[in-house]
Each structure stands twice: as C-alpha cells, then as structure tokens.
Design a protein around this ligand. Sequence first.
Ligand code: SAM
Length: 345
Amino acid sequence: MNTQFAFDGESLITPEQIAAQTETAKQRPAGAAIGEGEAELMLVLQRAQQRFENGAAPAGVLHDIFLQLNRLRRTLPADVWRDLVPLAQAHPVATFIHEDPFTRWSFEKPRGYSGDAGLLDFIYGHETAAPAIAETSANGRTLYDYTSSAPAAAAVRERRELLARHVDSIASSRETPIEVLTIAAGHLREAELSQALAKGRIERWVALDQDPHSVGTMTRDHAGTVIDPMNGSVKGLLTDAYPLGTFDFVYAAGLYDYLPEAVAVRLTRKCLSLLKPGGTFLFANFFDDIRDDGFMETFMNWPLILRSEAEMWGIVNRSVDRNQVDSRVEFGANRNILYGIIETR
Ligand SMILES: C[S@@+](CC[C@H](N)C(=O)[O-])C[C@H]1O[C@@H](n2cnc3c(N)ncnc32)[C@H](O)[C@@H]1O
C-alpha cells in the first residue's frame, strides 16, 4: 500500500489516491465488462438531461440522480463503478449539475485537493460562501438547496455542533480551563458555537491544518483569542515534528475519511499519546452506507473512505488496549457519520 500521500501535507487527497486505497473489496467477476453498467449509467444521465432540458423541477431530477448513482455504486463491482466515474463526469448533464456552486467548487478543487475548508463553508451556509451562492443561476440555487440539505451535508453540520458540544462538556467537567487540539481544523467553524470558548473555559486551542490558506483564515478570524492556528500535517504529527504538549481533548473530523487504516491507526496512537490522563480523543468518519456516495464520487469528484462500525472498532482495537481505556463507537443523530471516542484513565 502506498501510504505516502496520506503522510504528505503537500500532495494529498486526490480522487486517484482514494481510489487506489478502496479498490480492494468488490472486484469485477471474470468476464464481466463495463458495458452493462455503462448502458445503465448512460440511461440514467440521458433521462436526467432530458428532464432538465424540458424544464422539470431541478431538485426532483437531482434527487433521482442521487438515488440511481447510489444504487449503481452499491450494486456494481467496485472496479466497474470506478471505470464509470469519468464517464459520468464527462456527460453533458454535468453542465446543468455544475450550476450548483457547491458541487462545482468540489469538482474544480480551487485549492488543489478535495474537501477543503472553503467547500465546507458551502455546507455550513457560512457567510464566506454567500457571494458565490448569490451570483448563481435560479437553477443553480435550487440545486444548491438540494445538495446542501442532502444527508451527508446535514451530517457535517451536525458534526460541527457535536464537536462544539464535546468541547463544552469536557470544559465544564474540569475545574480549570482545558487545552484542546484540533487536527485538520479547516476553518474551525465549531469554535463559533462553543460556549466554553466564549466563557473563557479554554486555556489554549491548537488548530492544525496543512493548508496555509485555511490557517490564515483562522488566524484572522480568531485573532486575540486562545485559538492557536498552526500550519502542520499528519506527516508532521507522525514524525514528532511539533512540540505540542498535552491536551484534555484531541479530535479530528473530516480527516479519517481520507486515511487508509494503517495511517489511521498510527495517527490514533499518536493522538492518544498527546492526551493528559483522563483526556478524550475523538475521530469522525462517514458511515459506509450513505445516500450521497455515488453523486459525491462523480459530479463532485469527492470520493471518501467510508467506514462501517466494525472498521471504526478495527482502528480503535489496533491503536490501544481496550482494557486500559473507555472507548465507544457511535452515530450522530442522522446516522451518516460515525464517531470513535477513546477516553484515557
Ligand atoms: C473536510 S475538511 C474538515 C475541516 C474541519 N475539520 C471541519 O470539520 O469543518 C478537511 C481538512 O483536512 C485538512 N487536511 C487534509 N489532509 C491533511 C493532512 N494530511 N494534515 C493536516 N491537515 C489535513 C484539509 O486541509 C482540510 O482543511
């Protein structure tokens, strides 16, 4: 396995790299050709294009595309589906779909990699995304309303709230202000929701990200607070490049979905070593049965490593002796994202 990409803060998270990590499970049966799947895909996309051209309600057309791509991704052998992705992306219906500024941003990757913090701001409905939304076409706006309300996006919004609640509850369980480390912080939007931060219950909040642009945004937005934005990567963490000290709470959201298991385990072990006694580590990962997967991989060009509960437990079990810690794997309320939570004693 080539894990180099996941260690490298400069050249990470391209769809090709994710594909290389995920092409193990369902292999094409001998003799099976791409043809059958291709014919079905083309039918779905052709029909959608006609409906768009005939003025059908865009959200309804998109909804059907979501369902059909999800079904095809689930039922076709993994390598057949992978070969179909570029065909979907090249289909003329993409012109309609990319009127949605969120989907277009994801597809075009203005920061050069998938899942950047600017993209997440479309999900959060943050004011920084407002200009791009305001200048979109009426169709684009309707499509955006659909994609930004779809289950995966709703789960990311819930994740933001949940992270702030974890910070607040850990802060309220301590007598003195706590220390927090966020890995792959993006724009650290959850900090805007944290009561503990507003009430001075945090001593320092280190927010690490590999993208200097995002670190710059955090530095500007949180100037004069205890938030300490830091340019750094998973690679840097794993090679002990940063003298960070220890923390009450360490967490990573929107990162494990890009890490193969071996790297996820190494990172988990590293994060556990950064905890004070009684500290908490949390890692989030999209569940392996989400409705948005086919659409994300094609028209957003945003593949993720989706995980089951058993795979989350696999990371926990390979990282730590479960007798020495309290650990759990749980869903958020909308069940699209799983959370692995490990508390040291
Ligand atoms: C999907 S965003 C999540 C941002 C934020 N945690 C949130 O939930 O809104 C992924 C973030 O991970 C960062 N990232 C990806 N790979 C990384 C790596 N190897 N080291 C550090 N940060 C990384 C990206 O720069 C991006 O900001």
